[in-house]
Design a protein around this ligand. Structure first.
Ligand code: 1GP
Length: 244
């Protein structure tokens, strides 16, 4: 399956998508992975994203284990560092952290991983990654960058527009993993008004209602990580909330 085509066709039909984000560092216990895997098989989210902001855990073992349950559901890498690249995934979000001025996160890590990514033949999804809000997330800490405050809507939207002009085909606005509150719907709406490409939103989403608010505001893909890692039994609620 070409994942970009899948995203675009869903977007064109105004069908909303859910990605469950799994961080190998949080999932060292096989039983927890099994419980999450079974819920994925049952509820069928659109994607499983695998990745995290730290460099310590390899993504390959988790991807290989998850295949038992994900089956036709694409597993997409959301790497926080080149060490998280795995040719076992179906696609990679090849991202640049365009909200900050850390050269490593802007282009350094991409250069480091470029040859391995190209030679693997994996589908590549070029993505502009924009940290937003006031929470000092692990991404902000590790990249030594500050998120763009929600109040600075012009900078957020101009950053998204710049990403598109640079050729990025997805834009991800990130409230930070485990953020106290999700990105405000008004911010999502303003970004949506300015760009046509698929818009991904995540960070701090803990209820199906919050996911639905993000979709209603214009997100195409909502990403839920921490909450579903801990409450996999709620995955069906999030999946049902895609239809409204
Ligand atoms: C983090 O946006 C994702 O990169 C998901 O965040 O873990 O808070 O759901 P949460």
């Amino acid at each position: 399956m070409n994942i970009e085509q899948y995203i675009l066709s869903k977007k064109n039909n105004n069908e909303k998508m859910l990605a469950v984000l799994l961080d190998p560092e949080n999932l060292t216990d096989g039983n927890t992975v099994k419980i999450i895997g079974q819920q994925i098989l049952l509820s069928k989210p659109d994607f499983v994203f695998v990745g995290g902001s730290t460099y310590t855990a390899s993504t390959t073992p988790l991807i290989e284990t998850l295949r038992r349950w994900t089956r036709e559901i694409p597993v997409v890498l959301f790497p926080g560092h080149p060490s998280q690249f795995s040719d076992k995934a179906d696609a990679v979000l090849f991202l640049s952290l365009i909200s900050g001025n850390n050269p490593d996160a802007l282009i350094g890590w991409q250069v480091e991983s470029a040859r391995a990514v190209r030679d693997s033949g994996i589908e590549v999804l070029p993505m502009g990654y924009i940290l937003v809000g006031d929470s000092v997330s692990s991404t902000a800490r590790i990249t030594s960058t500050m998120p763009i405050p929600e109040a600075d809507i012009i900078r957020i939207t101009d950053t998204a527009i710049a990403g598109v002009l640079l050729g990025m085909r997805l834009i991800y606005i990130e409230g930070g993993s485990g953020a106290e509150h999700p990105i405000n719907a008004s911010v999502i709406k303003r970004v949506r008004q300015e760009i046509d490409c698929p818009l991904i939103v995540g960070g701090g989403i803990c209820t199906a209602k919050q996911a639905q608010e993000a979709w209603q505001a214009g997100a195409d893909i909502v990403v839920v990580g921490n909450h579903l890692e801990q409450h996999a039994e709620e995955l069906n609620l999030f999946c049902s909330a895609r239809h409204f």
